[in-house]
Design a binder for this molecule. Structure first.
Ligand code: NAP
Length: 353
């Protein structure tokens, strides 16, 4: 028997879709991704980008506080370790994601810890999905509807030293991490020259002593209004024709500075900084869908009906960052996950499936 709905992805969009689909008696099956070195390297481990962050201060309903007791009482015993390492400063990204997963599970969601490697959406419903078999058997699944919630991965510079200081000074999300104590009243570096880089830099000036916006050329890619915002903010200093080629730090303090290399042949120099925010774009996790669903020029899935999560194939819906290169927030992803489950439910009902 084909599944009613298969959800691919396990960030806020995937789990919210699962909660709604389970409560609509659709018995959802979630492929949460494989725990593999390949996924670790590409930033696509289960639980999505939030699992890579520290405190989450902007998800509604989670003000700062000590959640140890709550974590222990709400999570399955296998995840009580989260309560033991809880920082008592409000909910963390991994905690929030485990809580969402638990909530979906409580309503009967079935979870497979593997990737979907291939899909065949070309013959209509039931759609055919093939798992990667990274952690066990390869599975062939049929599904009447599919919700794609595989998210996007922030692009990083790819330096070994950058990897070492991720979550200890290196971040790709100022809104998520910028207000953390380690960055307050300290000099910070933002890498990139687009709207995101300017937005990140501008946001960081709320808390930082100074923000160095490091761009590899001598003109911003950002829109004129955003470029003016950077130029007019007295706390932002533009550092042109430069690339970060090394991140410095130690175990105790985390990141303490970066090495800047000139792209026009000037000498290298070191710069003190408590943080480096990389804003050089995101890549949606849609490689396995190439040729199956309409995407924009950057590979994000297109919503084909305004304010609905429909994709170019009837019965396939998209939610979260995989179809959003604009808002990219946990709460917007959760919102579209809810929409996708409701869209799938109505579509299945209309088809009598
Ligand atoms: P983007 O426009 O693609 O800009 C990426 C920037 O990163 C570019 O300046 C690029 O340099 C630089 N870059 C790329 N790879 C690099 C590398 N390996 N090393 C150093 N620098 C590198 O991406 P985005 O800023 O994330 O914006 C994405 C989309 O969202 C855009 O359409 C943007 O307009 C939109 N957006 C809008 C707003 C807003 O309006 N408030 C806010 C955020 C995003 P080059 O310029 O040299 O290529």
């Amino acid at each position: 028997m084909p599944e009613h709905v298969v959800i691919i992805g396990s960030g806020p969009a995937g789990w919210t879709a699962a909660i709604y689909a389970a409560r609509a008696n659709l018995n959802p099956l979630v492929f949460e991704g494989a725990i593999s070195e390949e996924n670790r390297q590409s930033g696509t481990l289960p639980l999505g980008q939030l699992a890579l962050t520290t405190e989450v201060e902007n998800f509604p309903g989670w003000p700062a506080g000590d959640l140890s007791g709550y974590l222990k009482s709400s999570l399955d015993a296998e995840h009580h370790w989260l309560a033991d390492i809880h920082h008592k400063q409000g909910v963390s990204g991994p905690e929030l994601m485990h809580l969402m997963r638990q909530q979906a599970k409580n309503f009967g969601t079935r979870i497979v810890t593997d990737d979907i490697a291939e899909v065949d959406l070309s013959h209509g419903t039931p759609f055919k999905l093939t798992s990667a078999g990274s952690m066990g058997e390869v599975q062939e699944i049929e599904a009447h509807s599919v919700i794609i919630a595989t998210g996007a991965s922030a692009n990083y510079l790819g330096l070994e030293s950058e990897e070492r200081f991720k979550n200890r000074g290196v971040s790709a999300c100022a809104v998520c991490d910028g207000a953390l104590p380690r960055f307050r009243n300290k000099p910070l570096v933002v890498v990139g020259g687009g709207d995101s880089a300017v937005e990140e830099a501008d946001y960081l000036t709320k808390h930082a002593e100074r923000v160095y916006l490091v761009h590899r050329r001598d003109a911003l890619r950002a829109s004129p209004i955003m470029a003016d915002r950077a130029k007019n903010n007295p706390k932002i200093e533009l550092v042109w024709n430069s690339e970060v080629t090394e991140v410095y730090g130690d175990d105790e303090k985390g990141l303490t500075g970066v090495k800047l290399s000139s792209t026009i042949g000037e000498p290298d120099r070191d710069m003190d900084a408590a943080g480096m925010f990389v804003a050089i774009g995101h890549t949606p996790n849609t490689k396995f869908l190439k040729g199956q669903l309409d995407m924009n020029e950057k590979g994000y899935l297109k919503w084909t009906v305004p304010f609905r999560t429909n994709t170019s194939v009837e019965g396939v819906f998209a939610a979260g960052d995989v179809s959003d290169d604009y808002y990219r927030q946990a709460c917007t992803a959760a919102g579209t996950g809810c929409m996708a489950a409701l869209d799938a439910e109505r579509w299945l009902a209309a088809k009598g499936l």
